[in-house]
Design a protein around this ligand. Structure first.
Ligand SMILES: *Cc1c(COP(=O)(O)O)cnc(C)c1O
Length: 380
């Protein structure tokens, strides 16, 4: 049972879609399929602007956004509330940009007022980079409020929505998110290996107007615009079977409805936190309002490491969850509830097995408490 924070289990329908015969990427059938997939992504992103699907996993999309937009000397306000936010500094620097950091502890969220103050203090800032959901800490930043502040300063925003597309409300056009980078393997429920990106007109303009626009590179978003958006060609051969999976997963998501899919993730996440508390454990996020919908990070109980719990769940019960990364290593463990894993029976099983794991490891736990509390907390 795969309950990590991505990749996630795929439905039988998605797996079946991947098993279809390979089409050549210039075949009209594949072109139509790719076009349909982009159109569905626009609906899931809720954007009327362009969508491209980079042929690599989410990190390629995040690096491509930095490489395509940021020119040497550009100042970038990099918001850091966790590991992915901190890591973005590397991409900013590699593009020649200067990262100006606004950081909070990794169990907290960025305050939009602090963003306003930082942009006031430094009028030379041109870009802002922000992670919507910091999966390693199970927290969420107020993306809409942050990007609206950025827009009022004419600062262009790059958002990591890898874990939040499909699990948190997102309105890139209305909220001023200029580039939103997602991944196929999280709440969309497709196979790992693709990076869908929503790109607004301000971002295209900046990419084009750069003194030395990035072209002829796997990291180039302009290459995708010139090939796919302008001429319905590909800059290089796409990963045909992964696109099959993404098309199928998006179809299923849209059959459910974007809002319903998000509400389901929110309800399961809330129930998970209720179950965790009933077990006598503490969620990592400092406040309930900033806890993410895609995954719940749980502080390791006194005297036990997160890895001990992860290993025991896997070896004894065949359940894969995630541990802590970086400075959180050992200090927490995480239950992913993304895509098909965001369902009551899956959560009930996960919490019952977690309860038994704590008991096995000699941690005092009230038996028969977690799963029941979680089910009672589900929204009707
Ligand atoms: C998963 C994830 C990524 C991409 O990381 P991979 O695990 O390498 O695909 C980037 N940002 C966030 C917030 C994520 O959750």
């Amino acid at each position: 049972m795969l309950l990590t924070t991505g990749p996630v289990e795929m439905t039988a329908r998605t797996t079946g879609a991947m098993a279809r015969p390979i089409l050549h990427h210039h075949d009209p059938l594949f072109l139509a399929l790719f076009e349909r997939t982009c159109a569905m992504l626009q609906r899931v992103f809720t954007t009327e602007h362009d969508v491209v699907i980079l042929q690599g996993e989410a990190m390629l999309g995040l690096e491509a956004a930095a490489a395509s937009l940021i020119a040497p000397g550009d100042r970038v306000l990099n918001l850091v509330s966790g590991i992915y936010g901190k890591g973005y500094e590397t991409f900013i620097r590699r593009a020649g940009g200067e990262a100006v950091e606004l950081a909070v502890p990794y169990d907290e969220a960025i305050d939009p007022q602090a963003v306003r103050d930082a942009l006031r203090r430094d009028p030379h800032i041109r870009f802002l980079s922000v992670v919507h959901g910091e999966t390693p800490s199970g927290t969420r930043n107020p993306l809409a409020e942050i990007c609206r502040v950025a827009r009022s300063f004419e600062v262009v925003t790059i958002a990591d929505v890898v874990a939040t597309l499909g699990s948190e409300p997102l309105r890139p056009d209305a909220d001023g998110v200029d580039v939103a980078v997602a991944g196929s393997q999280k709440c969309l429920g497709a196979a790992p290996g693709l990076a869908p990106i929503a790109i607004g007109p301000r971002a295209w303009e900046i990419m084009e107007r750069r003194r030395d626009p990035l072209r002829g590179s796997y990291l180039s978003l302009l290459d995708w615009r010139d090939a796919w958006i302008a001429r319905r060609r590909f800059p290089h051969a796409p990963s045909v079977t992964l696109v099959y999976a993404l098309e199928s997963a998006l179809e299923q998501l849209l059959e459910e409805g974007v809002d319903r899919c998000i509400a389901r993730h929110a309800s399961i996440a809330r129930a998970c936190r209720a179950g965790v508390r009933a077990l006598g454990l503490r969620t990592w996020a400092a406040r309930e309002e900033i806890a993410a919908n895609a995954a719940t990070a749980i502080a390791a109980p006194e005297g036990r490491s997160g890895e001990q719990i992860v290993d025991h769940l896997r070896e004894r019960y065949g359940v894969a969850i995630a541990g802590g990364e970086g400075e959180m290593a050992g200090r927490l463990f995480r239950i992913g509830h993304m895509a098909g894993a965001a369902r009551p029976p899956v959560l009930a099983a996960a919490l019952a097995i977690l309860e038994r794991t704590l008991h096995d490891l000699g941690y005092p736990v009230a038996m028969d408490s977690g799963a029941g509390a979680a089910m009672a907390a589900l929204e009707r």
